[in-house]
Every structure is written in C-alpha cells, then in structure tokens.
Design a protein around this ligand. Structure first.
Ligand code: GRF
Length: 201
C-alpha cells in the first residue's frame, strides 16, 4: 500500500474522487495527508469527514517560502509519502521542493496543455472559442503547468454550451482521469524519456 498526500486550496472535488477511488479493490494507495494552504477551504471539511489527517499551513504564517515548504516536507516524511498529488493547489512549489520529490509530484490541469495554462484554464479555453478542450495530468517541474504529460483526455465544447456546463463535464473527466494516473505512477507503469512519458503495459 502506497501513501499519497493531496495538496489542495479550494473545493476539493478531486480530493473526494481520489478518496473514493482509493477505496476500490486493488487501488494500492491511501490518502495519508491533506495539505491545504487556505484555512477557509471546503476541502478541509471533506478530509475531516473522510478521516484524513489535515495539515493546514498558511504561507503568511511563515517567514519565508523555504520555511513554509520545510514544514510541509517534514510532515510528508513523517507520513512516508510516496507521491504528492496537486489537486487545485494554488501555489507554485519552489525548485527545492520539486527536487526533493523529483518525479513524485503530479498535477491536474483543466485544459489540453500546453494550451491555456494558468489558474483559469476552463474559462480561457471557452472564451477563446475552441471546439475541443480537455484535461491533462502531468509531472510537476519547476515552472507552472509545463511538466511531462502523463494522461490527456479531450472534451468537445457543445454548441451553445455555457461555461458552467462545460466546467461540470470537465470535472467529471478529471475525477476519472486523476485516480487512473495515480495508479499508473504508483504502479511503476510510467517511464520518463526526456519530456515523454511512456505508459507501460
Ligand atoms: C480542478 O479543475 C483542477 O484541474 C485545477 O483546480 C481545480 C480544482 O477543483 N487544478 P477541486 O478543488 O478539486 O474541486
């Protein structure tokens, strides 16, 4: 059984999906820790309800980003975390953190990267008028939304669809794709060649 930590700043619908998928037979992981940088985030209550330990750390309570991240790393070590899963974590991790957990940090983004990176992927794609957008799960490197792609799934924008409807459908895809990516990475089914992630049979 592998231990994962989910990092989230907001609603936590992906957190819930990851918890749910973790309970199915053969999932091979448990969520050992929620790391949240926003004391008002609904995800904290979701973790409480699921019996997952919560580390709530506000960046402003620490003198530097290094101190903030050192505290997080300390807790990850205590829980023997094998994989860091970013799910709506609205903060860029420093190179020190990324190096500490090299190839052990993944993120989900609600567009087909490299299109529409940043905090408003769904809205930006919708307003651009694309006909196809989607979901990307990728390894995290030192920049934002640029790491090697693990899985992608396309979502077609419906004629006359509202951004809210599109958002709902994108989230549904996320909730299926993210647990799948977690299982692949933890199961040793991904190997990295430069920027390319090969999925092993
Ligand atoms: C998701 O759309 C994810 O792709 C993005 O942030 C959002 C988090 O949603 N990185 P939730 O908190 O999991 O509901």
């Amino acid at each position: 059984m592998k231990n994962i930590a989910v990092f989230a700043s907001g609603n936590g619908s992906n957190f819930d999906a990851i918890i749910r998928a973790g309970k199915s037979a053969g999932a091979g992981y448990r969520v050992a820790l929620l790391v949240c940088d926003n004391p008002k985030a609904p995800v904290i209550e979701k973790a409480r309800a699921a019996g997952v330990r919560q580390l709530v750390v506000a960046r402003q309570d620490f003198a530097s980003r290094e101190d903030f991240e050192r505290k997080i790393i300390e807790e990850l070590k205590k829980e023997r975390v094998d994989l860091v899963v970013l799910a709506g974590f609205m903060r860029l991790l420093s190179p020190v953190f990324v190096r500490e957990y090299a190839s052990k940090i993944i993120n989900i983004h609600p567009s087909l990267l490299p299109s529409f990176p940043g905090p408003h992927g769904i809205r930006d794609a919708f307003e651009y008028g694309v006909k196809i957008t989607g979901v990307t799960v990728h390894f995290v490197d030192e920049a934002m939304d640029t790491g090697p792609v693990i899985l992608q799934e396309a979502v077609r924008v419906g004629e006359g669809e509202s951004v809210e409807e599109l958002e709902k459908r994108i989230h549904e895809v996320e909730h299926r794709l993210y647990p799948e990516a977690i299982r692949l990475v933890l199961g040793g089914k991904t190997s990295l060649y430069g920027r390319k992630v090969n999925i092993l049979p």
